[in-house]
Design a protein around this ligand. Sequence first.
Ligand code: F6P
Length: 319
Amino acid sequence: MNIAIMASGGDCSGMNPATKRFVEYSIQNGITPYFIYEGLEGLIDGKIKKAAFTDVSGIIYRGGTIIRSSRSKKFYEKKYRQIAYENLKKHSINTVIVLGGDGSFRAFEIFSNEFGINFIGIPATIDNDIYGTEYCLGVDTALNIIRGAVDDIRDTASSFNRAFVIETMGRECGYLALITALTSGAEMCLIPEASYNLDSLKKKFLKQIDEGRRYFIAIVSEGLKISEEIKEWFENEIGFESRLTVLGHIQRGGNPTVFDRLTAFEFVTSALDLALKGEKNKIVVYRNSKFESIDSKIVTTNRYKIDEKLIELAKEMME
Ligand code: F6P
């Protein structure tokens, strides 16, 4: 049995431990492991290679992904999917483990329907925005990188009378901003999934300044596209000199946390067990403290929603 692994879309920490487990658990189970380098683009370009345990030694602590990734527009054209199929056929690969987001799973559903290539998806994105799973690989590392950055910014913030607006990634999903705000002692948290009220925040903040507050930390999700506006708001409405820090791609780097190393192992073990059982087009999900699998269609046709209870916890920072 020949099985390949690939990363697709934004990389995240945890992909290397996942790749290591993939090779080692495959070999233990008599599977021949293959790497597809550079995601869907690499699949079209035939960048496929048999993997050995020597390829994955010394990678467990490294962020990013040694098999690299890509975002591909070409794969949405059938003629390129045909080439991708021929490339897999050359190596007798009929199952692919896909580390990625729901866009990648959707692309593989189309591919699978056309050419019968089976895939097992592992949710891997710092955005934590995939339906059906409470956790996506890479989120814990990203949150810890953000925590470190916010703690560092607090050092300088607390030395001045200033407001610091910190923008986190996540696309349309405010999970990173929400968890960061809850765990970093922020005064403000703005995310796409929740309404906010700047007038009532202003009243609260002005009162706090009277009572002795000397700096503010505001966490704003990139999906809202208002970080610059909030910085101006602190200057004009609150009367505090302010600075904006867009954390950007540092959030995708960093060596994987213990949690991400462990979940990588669990995700991949479940994925290969499913492949060995002949299961088709499944996504491994983590919920209620367990790794399970659900049909890919369920994941790709539903929209992820942040747990309302978490939003409720942060209400004080929104209005
Ligand atoms: O999906 C992961 C992510 O890091 C998002 O949080 C962010 O908006 C986007 O990718 C950045 O994309 P790129 O790496 O293409 O600039």
